[in-house]
Design a protein around this ligand. Sequence first.
Ligand SMILES: Nc1ncnc2c1ncn2[C@@H]1O[C@H](COP(=O)(O)OP(=O)(O)OP(=O)(O)O)[C@@H](O)[C@H]1O
Ligand SMILES: [Mg+2]
Length: 255
Amino acid sequence: MIEVSNIYKSFTLKDKRTLKIKTIAAVQDISFSVLPGEIYGLLGPNGAGKSTTLRMIATLMSPEKGSIKVSGLSTTQHPNEVRAKLGFLATDMDVYERFTPREQLKIFGEFQGMDPESAEKRGLQLLDNLGILDFANVKMDGFSSGQRQKFNIARALLHDPQVIIFDEPTTGLDVLTAKTVLDLLINLKTQGKTIILSTHILPMVEKICSKVGIIYQGKLQTEGSPKQVMERFNSNSLDEVFFTLADSKEPKGGQ
Ligand SMILES: Nc1ncnc2c1ncn2[C@@H]1O[C@H](COP(=O)(O)OP(=O)(O)OP(=O)(O)O)[C@@H](O)[C@H]1O
Ligand SMILES: [Mg+2]
């Protein structure tokens, strides 16, 4: 289970020309929870605060205020234990270009405390599920962005985590591959995993998410099942909900 309670996070930026300091409130008083067997879709426009929220859940950043618990453990008090329970896919994950997926999965498995053989076995199974088993022994420097994304998904799931945090999992994937990833997520959901993802692909959310939360300018604007949210906004699609919310939030007059 993921329990996010009243979290805040701001960033301080310095304008190099004017030397003025600017503070961006990236996440402001966000609360929600995700239960085992649920896929929670975190939605919102660019810069809304989705990745910042996911990074805090994944222990890569601490909230300034509020708290986050993963499987009952505080992300700030027990980061190592929390990290062992979760699989995180970021949007900016690097791979070791000079190594093959097989070699890297063995190494990442060891980082997670797995024995090399079971890490390799499970890694190869995941590469097979994702349709890149043929590339298991190929150095990654020539990999396409979609192949890298699939490898990073396999890497995130290697230790069979109970909690799965995927930031834009289908970015860069063709429709067929995206479907493979969605099927994998649905399968993990039926296994009782706790899953949160961010995405801009709203029809996919309507299909697979048990719940959605829409963030705008760092604040959670609405939450519920896709159906509930659409009904609340009197809309036939989440795209329409998005347009309605954008209309009510964006400053008018071309600013
Ligand atoms: N490390 C950082 N330093 C400074 N500002 C940051 C940092 N990370 C995020 N921000 C700012 O916080 C805000 C929220 O960013 P975030 O990456 O969480 O948005 P997002 O919803 O994931 O957007 P996108 O859909 O474009 O990925 C943005 O204004 C961003 O510029
Ligand atoms: Mg993001």
